[in-house]
Design a protein around this ligand. Sequence first.
Ligand code: M6P
Ligand code: ZN
Length: 186
Amino acid sequence: MNKESIKINPQIIFTNGQLNGPDVIHKKKYLSQLNGLFEDAAAFKEMAGDQIAYEVDAWCPVTEGTEGGLFFGLTHLYPGTVGDEYFMTHGHFHEMENRAEYYWGIEGEGMLVLMDKEGNTRGETMFPGSLHYIPGFTAHRVANIGNGILRFGACWPSDAGHNYETINTEGFSKRVKKIDNKALLV
Ligand code: M6P
Ligand code: ZN
Protein backbone atom coordinates (compact mmCIF):
# COMPACT_ATOMS: atom_id res chain seq x y z
CA MET A 1 0.00 0.00 0.00
CA ASN A 2 1.51 3.35 -0.95
CA LYS A 3 1.52 6.33 1.38
CA GLU A 4 -1.17 8.25 -0.56
CA SER A 5 -3.70 5.48 -0.02
CA ILE A 6 -3.43 5.60 3.77
CA LYS A 7 -5.90 8.00 5.33
CA ILE A 8 -5.82 9.49 8.83
CA ASN A 9 -9.28 8.98 10.30
CA PRO A 10 -10.86 11.09 13.01
CA GLN A 11 -10.42 9.74 16.50
CA ILE A 12 -12.97 9.65 19.29
CA ILE A 13 -11.19 10.40 22.56
CA PHE A 14 -13.02 8.16 25.02
CA THR A 15 -11.62 9.89 28.09
CA ASN A 16 -13.18 13.28 27.31
CA GLY A 17 -15.70 12.36 24.62
CA GLN A 18 -14.14 14.62 22.02
CA LEU A 19 -13.59 14.03 18.34
CA ASN A 20 -10.21 14.95 16.87
CA GLY A 21 -8.71 14.85 13.43
CA PRO A 22 -7.74 17.00 10.47
CA ASP A 23 -11.23 16.86 8.92
CA VAL A 24 -13.18 17.45 12.14
CA ILE A 25 -14.90 20.81 12.51
CA HIS A 26 -15.43 22.39 15.93
CA LYS A 27 -18.35 24.73 16.46
CA LYS A 28 -19.17 26.80 19.52
CA LYS A 29 -22.69 27.92 20.33
CA TYR A 30 -22.78 30.96 22.58
CA LEU A 31 -25.70 31.63 24.90
CA SER A 32 -26.34 34.85 22.95
CA GLN A 33 -27.09 32.73 19.86
CA LEU A 34 -29.99 31.13 21.72
CA ASN A 35 -31.73 34.46 22.20
CA GLY A 36 -35.52 34.13 22.16
CA LEU A 37 -35.58 30.40 22.86
CA PHE A 38 -35.83 30.45 26.65
CA GLU A 39 -39.08 31.38 28.33
CA ASP A 40 -37.62 33.74 30.94
CA ALA A 41 -36.39 36.63 28.77
CA ALA A 42 -35.52 38.77 31.81
CA ALA A 43 -33.30 36.05 33.32
CA PHE A 44 -31.69 35.51 29.90
CA LYS A 45 -30.85 39.21 29.60
CA GLU A 46 -29.07 39.14 32.96
CA MET A 47 -26.74 36.36 31.83
CA ALA A 48 -23.38 36.69 30.11
CA GLY A 49 -24.16 36.11 26.44
CA ASP A 50 -20.54 35.32 25.66
CA GLN A 51 -20.59 32.14 27.70
CA ILE A 52 -20.58 28.96 25.66
CA ALA A 53 -23.79 26.93 25.90
CA TYR A 54 -22.51 23.98 23.87
CA GLU A 55 -19.86 22.83 21.43
CA VAL A 56 -20.16 20.44 18.53
CA ASP A 57 -17.37 18.38 16.96
CA ALA A 58 -18.52 17.17 13.56
CA TRP A 59 -17.17 14.98 10.82
CA CYS A 60 -18.82 15.50 7.44
CA PRO A 61 -16.99 13.16 5.08
CA VAL A 62 -19.16 14.12 2.08
CA THR A 63 -20.53 17.47 0.89
CA GLU A 64 -23.61 18.69 2.75
CA GLY A 65 -26.68 17.78 0.71
CA THR A 66 -25.25 14.54 -0.68
CA GLU A 67 -27.90 11.85 -0.86
CA GLY A 68 -26.96 8.59 0.82
CA GLY A 69 -24.12 9.87 3.00
CA LEU A 70 -23.87 10.17 6.79
CA PHE A 71 -22.57 12.84 9.16
CA PHE A 72 -21.26 12.24 12.67
CA GLY A 73 -21.20 14.64 15.61
CA LEU A 74 -20.38 14.87 19.30
CA THR A 75 -22.12 17.60 21.29
CA HIS A 76 -20.89 18.95 24.62
CA LEU A 77 -23.67 20.79 26.45
CA TYR A 78 -22.72 22.73 29.56
CA PRO A 79 -24.85 22.62 32.74
CA GLY A 80 -26.92 25.58 33.84
CA THR A 81 -30.35 27.16 33.79
CA VAL A 82 -31.97 30.30 32.43
CA GLY A 83 -34.51 31.02 35.15
CA ASP A 84 -35.85 27.52 35.84
CA GLU A 85 -35.20 26.19 32.32
CA TYR A 86 -32.20 23.97 31.69
CA PHE A 87 -29.51 24.83 29.15
CA MET A 88 -30.45 23.22 25.86
CA THR A 89 -29.50 22.94 22.23
CA HIS A 90 -31.30 25.14 19.70
CA GLY A 91 -33.24 22.19 18.32
CA HIS A 92 -34.41 21.68 14.75
CA PHE A 93 -36.54 19.80 12.27
CA HIS A 94 -34.65 18.48 9.28
CA GLU A 95 -34.95 20.51 6.12
CA MET A 96 -35.49 17.22 4.31
CA GLU A 97 -38.29 16.49 6.75
CA ASN A 98 -38.44 12.71 6.47
CA ARG A 99 -34.79 12.20 7.47
CA ALA A 100 -34.16 10.34 10.75
CA GLU A 101 -31.20 10.53 13.16
CA TYR A 102 -29.56 8.63 16.01
CA TYR A 103 -28.50 10.26 19.28
CA TRP A 104 -26.75 8.44 22.12
CA GLY A 105 -25.72 9.48 25.61
CA ILE A 106 -22.01 9.47 26.47
CA GLU A 107 -21.65 11.40 29.74
CA GLY A 108 -24.00 13.22 32.08
CA GLU A 109 -27.78 13.37 32.29
CA GLY A 110 -30.04 14.79 29.64
CA MET A 111 -33.55 14.98 28.32
CA LEU A 112 -34.15 14.54 24.62
CA VAL A 113 -37.24 16.51 23.63
CA LEU A 114 -39.06 15.24 20.55
CA MET A 115 -41.93 17.04 18.86
CA ASP A 116 -43.98 15.78 15.91
CA LYS A 117 -45.55 17.94 13.20
CA GLU A 118 -48.79 18.22 15.17
CA GLY A 119 -46.90 19.74 18.10
CA ASN A 120 -47.08 16.65 20.34
CA THR A 121 -43.97 16.71 22.54
CA ARG A 122 -42.44 13.83 24.46
CA GLY A 123 -39.18 13.30 26.35
CA GLU A 124 -36.57 10.56 26.58
CA THR A 125 -33.95 10.54 29.33
CA MET A 126 -30.33 10.44 28.22
CA PHE A 127 -27.57 8.79 30.21
CA PRO A 128 -24.26 7.14 29.31
CA GLY A 129 -25.17 4.43 26.83
CA SER A 130 -28.77 5.48 26.15
CA LEU A 131 -29.68 5.16 22.49
CA HIS A 132 -32.32 7.32 20.80
CA TYR A 133 -33.93 6.93 17.39
CA ILE A 134 -35.30 10.24 16.15
CA PRO A 135 -37.82 9.51 13.40
CA GLY A 136 -38.36 11.81 10.43
CA PHE A 137 -40.78 14.72 10.72
CA THR A 138 -39.71 15.13 14.37
CA ALA A 139 -38.02 18.17 15.90
CA HIS A 140 -35.27 17.34 18.39
CA ARG A 141 -33.60 19.28 21.17
CA VAL A 142 -31.51 18.19 24.16
CA ALA A 143 -31.51 19.74 27.65
CA ASN A 144 -28.75 19.15 30.20
CA ILE A 145 -30.60 18.15 33.38
CA GLY A 146 -27.49 17.20 35.37
CA ASN A 147 -24.88 19.14 37.34
CA GLY A 148 -21.99 18.31 35.02
CA ILE A 149 -21.37 18.45 31.31
CA LEU A 150 -23.63 16.41 29.02
CA ARG A 151 -21.97 14.73 26.07
CA PHE A 152 -23.90 12.93 23.37
CA GLY A 153 -23.24 11.51 19.94
CA ALA A 154 -25.26 11.95 16.78
CA CYS A 155 -25.42 10.39 13.33
CA TRP A 156 -27.61 11.88 10.59
CA PRO A 157 -28.03 11.77 6.81
CA SER A 158 -25.84 14.19 4.87
CA ASP A 159 -28.87 15.54 3.00
CA ALA A 160 -31.01 16.10 6.13
CA GLY A 161 -30.15 19.78 6.64
CA HIS A 162 -31.25 21.89 9.61
CA ASN A 163 -34.50 23.83 9.77
CA TYR A 164 -34.10 26.22 12.70
CA GLU A 165 -36.74 28.67 11.51
CA THR A 166 -39.79 26.71 12.68
CA ILE A 167 -38.25 26.46 16.16
CA ASN A 168 -37.42 30.19 16.16
CA THR A 169 -40.97 31.13 15.36
CA GLU A 170 -43.04 28.37 17.00
CA GLY A 171 -40.71 26.73 19.53
CA PHE A 172 -41.42 23.39 21.16
CA SER A 173 -44.77 22.89 22.89
CA LYS A 174 -43.03 21.80 26.12
CA ARG A 175 -39.98 22.98 28.08
CA VAL A 176 -37.56 21.15 30.36
CA LYS A 177 -37.65 22.85 33.75
CA LYS A 178 -36.06 22.41 37.14
CA ILE A 179 -39.00 22.20 39.52
CA ASP A 180 -38.37 21.26 43.19
CA ASN A 181 -34.90 20.15 42.07
CA LYS A 182 -36.38 17.69 39.57
CA ALA A 183 -36.37 17.84 35.76
CA LEU A 184 -39.87 18.02 34.35
CA LEU A 185 -41.19 18.37 30.81
CA VAL A 186 -43.92 20.97 31.16
C1 M6P B 1 -26.17 17.03 17.07
C2 M6P B 1 -26.67 16.91 15.62
C3 M6P B 1 -26.23 18.13 14.83
C4 M6P B 1 -26.66 19.40 15.55
C5 M6P B 1 -26.12 19.44 16.97
C6 M6P B 1 -26.57 20.66 17.77
O1 M6P B 1 -24.79 16.90 17.08
O2 M6P B 1 -28.07 16.82 15.61
O3 M6P B 1 -26.82 18.07 13.54
O4 M6P B 1 -26.25 20.55 14.82
O5 M6P B 1 -26.57 18.27 17.66
O6 M6P B 1 -27.97 20.81 17.75
P1 M6P B 1 -28.65 22.10 17.08
O7 M6P B 1 -28.24 22.10 15.63
O8 M6P B 1 -30.12 21.89 17.27
O9 M6P B 1 -28.12 23.30 17.78
ZN1 ZN C 1 -31.00 16.58 13.45
